[in-house]
Design a protein around this ligand. Structure first.
Ligand SMILES: [Zn+2]
Length: 313
């Protein structure tokens, strides 16, 4: 029997690079794209549908073409949980007299205004579980109207994991391929593909990008498929004045298709599924998936096209 190695991405590399960028800030995403695009770096933009609409649907499609679009929930709300459970104020909201520990009714049932001490602002909202799921579905519908039916498959929590297990379960039941929380996991996972797709997070953010990418580059080949994602808002680079980090990242790690596979988060997860589904039986390997797989047979590179078999005899 021949020696097989199925743990390769396109280009016969074991290392993928992606990004996950939240909120759909068009001006900042434009600046971000002007840097990553020439480097061939691909990733996922996580959009809210309540953000100011400055472009037509066609403009949006053109702007984000080639990148994955994920659901970041309509109106970017918090969710009620054991940990965040403010009392509902009886009175109507009045900023001058409002109690900063309470939630205030809005015209939208199940959707309340809350105060953010960090932002020193009342422009924050919290939703009941039912309202939250209504807004998840609404976001998906609006995004798919723009970007195409069936294209929005992943979810990213606004404000990170809302620590509400029942709501997480409802997101899983909704059918999302992945659910992202917030926070640098750095190299703590060994740059493995997300072990738990219902609460995965990125390896680096704008400040740790170069440091953690260097660790990724140096990470030894252990025969497994590797994953490096960075986040988390394009505006982070602007706010901290470190667009140079992104430029340097692209200079060092972009345009190297033999070393890195550049793909969206969703495409990387689909690729992993396709690799796991490869079957070896009766002296042949069968790729039942919809993606072409890059494998080695006795050390020889081979592309196994989608829905085909290859004889090992
Ligand atoms: Zn956000």
């Amino acid at each position: 029997m021949k020696m097989t190695d199925f743990h390769f991405y396109p280009g016969w590399t074991r290392k993928a690079i992606t990004f996950t960028i939240d909120d759909g800030n068009i001006a900042m995403d434009e600046k971000f794209l002007s840097i990553v695009k020439p480097a061939g770096v691909i990733g996922t933009f996580n959009l809210c549908t309540s953000l100011k609409k400055t472009m037509t649907a066609e403009d949006y499609r053109t702007f984000y073409r080639g990148y994955e679009i994920a659901n970041h929930c309509h109106r970017h709300p918090h969710a009620f949980s054991t940990y965040r459970n403010p009392a509902i104020a009886e009175e109507a909201f009045d900023e001058a007299t409002a109690d900063q520990t309470k939630a205030y009714r809005t015209d939208d049932e199940g959707f309340y205004r809350i105060y953010s001490p960090r932002a020193n602002s009342w422009n924050y909202y919290i939703a009941t579980e039912d309202k939250y799921m209504d807004y998840v579905a609404l976001c998906n519908g609006i995004l798919e109207d723009v970007f195409g039916a069936g294209t929005v498959k992943d979810f990213v929590w606004p404000f990170g994991d809302q620590q509400n297990p029942a709501l997480t379960q409802r997101l899983i039941d909704y059918g999302f391929r992945s659910i992202r929380i917030t926070g640098d996991v750095s190299d703590s996972t060994g740059f493995a593909l997300p072990a738990d797709r219902t609460r995965w997070s990125y390896n680096a953010h704008h400040k740790t990008l170069l440091e953690n990418a260097a660790k990724y580059e140096a990470y030894p080949d252990d025969g497994e498929l590797k994953f490096f994602a960075f986040g988390v808002h394009s505006i982070d680079f602007e706010r901290d004045g470190n667009w140079d980090n992104l430029k340097e990242f692209c200079r060092l790690y972009g345009n190297r298709p033999k070393d890195y596979w550049y793909a969206s988060v969703g495409d990387i997860l689909d690729y992993e599924d396709a690799v796991k589904a490869l079957r070896v039986e009766n002296g042949k390997i069968t790729n039942d998936s919809n993606v072409d797989l890059y494998v080695k047979i006795d050390g020889e590179k081979l592309v196994l096209p989608a829905r085909t078999s290859y004889s090992l005899l």
